[in-house]
Design a protein around this ligand. Structure first.
Ligand code: 13P
Ligand code: SF4
Length: 319
């Protein structure tokens, strides 16, 4: 529409005028992903976003996603200005793991290596030995297990259970969950598979164990896009946020993409395969991002100092 075009142009002008680069997650609105593509910005999974921001020469990073992504970018590049369309965009995993409670959990397991998901606050990261994302989770824990280390994992219980199963590592798990992926249901997915017997099934590891068990491929958002591209199947059932379809369809234009069912028989979905916090990012907020004072990510220097150790391990890890 002409309104969308107006805001698209407004965003482009503002990014240019402020020497800023836009870094977006796959779950954001396609209009935002398109803007990132058109302006030399980036769309990727959470690890790639962190790496791109750290390596880019722009003095300002505009991060479209959820707050932990902005915080990670800031901690990896404290000298850069990091702003977000809204600071209200949180994540149920971050909300479900308050730093003070997590600190007590660590104190109950002093002999364990503390590995946390990137989907956590700066405070939680500052308490960790390692930060990881789903794209390297299994490989990092394999590496730690091979050194005889016992793991304390937080916050996603499904991803933690998946890592444990894949690696056989000794892990204790925090019991958090993602409200979006937790809604993918085994029985409904089984029915969908019967309906599309030729389809490949791609699942993000924040989904429940029984749903993961039905998958042909499990991985981060980027890994799922790669899988959609490389599988021979013409149809692909996808259990993750449907925002991913913008890039997945670009990568696999001839494939039919089908969203995995959320909620069971008779029940209505709450998030309906779209993260309510990712959804808060829109072109209007983005076009105003440089005019406001209250959307800059600020992280205390002591926190940055502590969190940089596990974050640097994350960005430097070679699978
Ligand atoms: P990815 O690292 O796979 O992009 O996942 C981030 C996320 O928030 C998934 O819900
Ligand atoms: Fe967090 Fe889930 Fe949203 Fe990802 S989809 S940002 S894990 S609430």
């Amino acid at each position: 529409s002409s309104e969308a075009e107006f805001y698209n142009q407004k965003c482009k002008d503002a990014l240019k005028a402020h020497n800023a680069v836009l870094i977006a997650h796959y779950y954001t609105d396609p209009a935002i992903q398109k803007l990132a593509e058109e302006t030399g910005g980036f769309v990727g999974d959470s690890l790639e976003m962190a790496k791109f921001g750290a390596a880019h020469e722009a003095s300002t990073l505009v991060v479209a996603g959820v707050k932990f992504m902005g915080e990670t970018s800031k901690m990896l590049s404290p000298e850069k200005k990091v702003i977000m369309p809204t600071l209200e965009a949180t994540c149920s995993l971050d909300l479900g793991c308050p730093a003070d409670e997590f600190k007590s959990f660590i104190e109950q397991h002093p002999d364990r290596t503390v590995v946390v998901y990137a989907n956590t606050s700066a405070e939680v990261k500052a308490l960790a030995d390692w930060v990881i994302t789903s794209s390297i989770a299994v490989d990092v824990v394999k590496h730690l297990d091979a050194q005889g280390e016992k793991i304390l994992w937080a916050p996603d219980r499904h991803l933690g259970g998946y890592i444990q199963k894949q690696t056989g590592a000794d892990m204790v798990l925090w019991q958090g969950h993602c409200i979006v992926h937790d809604e993918f249901k085994y029985q409904a997915l089984e029915k969908a598979i019967k309906l599309y017997p030729e389809a490949a099934v791609l699942v993000h590891p924040e989904s429940p164990e029984a749903v993961i068990a039905l998958a042909d491929h499990v991985g981060s958002t980027s890994q799922l896009i790669k899988a959609a591209q490389t599988v021979e199947n013409q149809q692909v059932i996808v259990a993750t946020d449907k925002g991913i379809f913008h890039k997945m369809q670009q990568a696999a234009p001839e494939k039919e993409l089908i969203i995995a069912p959320t909620a069971g028989e008779g029940a209505t979905c709450r998030s309906c395969a779209h993260c309510p916090w990712m959804k808060m990012n829109d072109l209007i907020l983005l076009s105003e991002v440089f005019d406001k004072q209250d959307n800059e990510i600020i992280v205390e220097p002591e926190l940055i100092e502590k969190a940089l150790k596990p974050l640097t391990r994350m960005v430097n890890f070679q699978s």
